[in-house]
Design a protein around this ligand. Structure first.
Ligand SMILES: [Zn+2]
Length: 98
């Protein structure tokens, strides 16, 4: 297994790109094994190529960049998670400005 950092010239179905967060194949596999290859949000079976990995607790919100904090999500739940995080961050900024 060779690692090519920064160059996404050959993205195979099994590969998952996570913008802004670094995750290794080992971490992905550990997370998938832990969740029995099912979405952490809705328990739907996760298909290779449409699985999103993300931090349950974002680093910016005090989360750790660890396997335990990562979770695998289907595209729908991932979108919901992103929205929740954005709302939380917006709330934090709101609070700070006042
Ligand atoms: Zn889901």
């Amino acid at each position: 297994m060779t690692m090519e950092r920064g160059i996404l010239s050959d993205v195979r179905p099994g590969d998952v790109t996570i913008p802004g967060a670094y995750i290794t194949d080992e971490v992905m596999q550990a997370v998938l094994d832990r969740q029995c290859h099912r979405c952490a949000g809705c328990n739907a079976p996760l298909a290779a190529g449409s699985t999103h990995f993300d931090l349950r607790q974002p680093v910016i919100c005090g989360g750790a960049h660890t396997v335990g904090n990562f979770e695998a999500l289907c595209p729908f739940c991932h979108r919901n998670l992103m929205r929740r995080i954005r709302e939380r961050l917006a709330g934090m900024n709101d609070h700070r400005d006042k």
